[in-house]
Design a protein around this ligand. Structure first.
Ligand code: NAP
Length: 261
């Protein structure tokens, strides 16, 4: 049986596309294929040419610079959403950052500066973007973010980012509880390791990628396309009964404690 998702007449904002490998782009591709109108935000002008390349020739798309930690940028971005779309149906938060210094050393040595940076960029911005989106979101609207299993289990070198992802998952539940009355759902997609720019900054990522594939029940890692498909499910009416959840798309690797062969 095939399920066709028709999102014509729907609108989305995708935050955090650095290039074609970004998970935000894998999600945007599914939204665009379903006929959704999509606006994009990028952190700095440095990234604009990459995004422009992806958007060339596509209809109903626009982009604007916004550092998610800067309140004025968010005010301007959501002002643009209102101007372009009038309302918003879907918000995709695909943003994370931790200074490399916080991931190279021991977790016990995490500085307050690195802690604050990682948790502000990677978790608090879900709260602030949801606050800006709330007046524009209609009933049936949906918010997703991207998380990783290092929130639940220790993953070597993930350090403060594991704590930030735990905060993101908890924030998802609090937002879901508050926004549910207005018919707005909030979930987070827990993706297995994927080869993106953000992943490259994690020391030993290559080894982690190989080991996750080897121990996963499916014998491989999940793909960005599979992240996109789960996200489409959660954003659209297909996921209408799901809110406040951390939903895994990792070829099952998170269920394994060890593999003997
Ligand atoms: P990515 O392509 O590097 O995307 C991360 C995006 O976050 C970049 O566009 C980055 O912009 C943006 N960003 C960082 N700080 C920002 C800020 N202050 N304001 C606005 N944007 C900011 O890497 P990705 O792997 O697709 O990451 C997307 C999400 O997936 C993240 O939440 C990540 O933790 C999550 N995730 C990734 C994996 C994986 O293995 N790749 C697994 C599970 C979850 P700049 O390039 O300018 O910094």
């Amino acid at each position: 049986m095939s399920v066709t998702v028709d999102l014509s007449g729907k609108t989305a904002l995708v935050m955090g596309v650095a290039n074609a490998r970004s998970l935000g782009w894998a999600i945007a591709e599914q939204l665009l294929a379903a006929g959704c109108q999509v606006g994009f935000s990028y952190q700095g002008e440095r990234l604009k040419p990459e995004l422009d390349k992806l958007l060339v020739g596509r209809e109903g798309v626009w982009s604007q610079q916004a550092d998610a930690t800067v309140e004025e940028d968010l005010t301007s971005l959501f002002g643009r959403v209102k101007e372009e779309f009038g309302h918003l149906d879907y918000l995709v938060h695909s943003i994370a950052f931790a200074p490399r210094s916080a991931m190279e050393g021991r977790f016990v040595d995490t500085t307050p500066e690195d802690w604050n940076t990682a948790l502000t960029v990677s978790a608090y911005t879900l709260v602030s973007t949801a606050r800006h989106a709330e007046p524009l979101l209609r009933s049936g609207g949906s918010i997703i973010s991207l998380t990783y299993h290092a929130s639940q289990k220790v993953v070597p070198k993930y350090n403060v980012m594991g704590v930030a992802k735990a905060a993101l998952e908890a924030a998802t539940r609090y937002l879901a509880a508050e926004l549910g009355g207005a018919g707005i759902r909030v979930n987070t997609v827990s993706a297995g390791p994927m080869r993106t720019i953000a992943a490259r900054s994690i020391p030993g990522f290559g080894t982690m990628y190989e080991k996750a594939a080897a121990s996963a029940p499916l014998g491989r890692n999940a793909t960005p396309e599979e992240v996109g498909k789960l996200s489409l499910f959660l954003l659209s009416d297909l996921g209408s009964g799901v809110t406040g959840q951390t939903v895994y798309v990792d070829a099952g690797s998170s269920i394994m404690s060890m593999k003997l062969d």
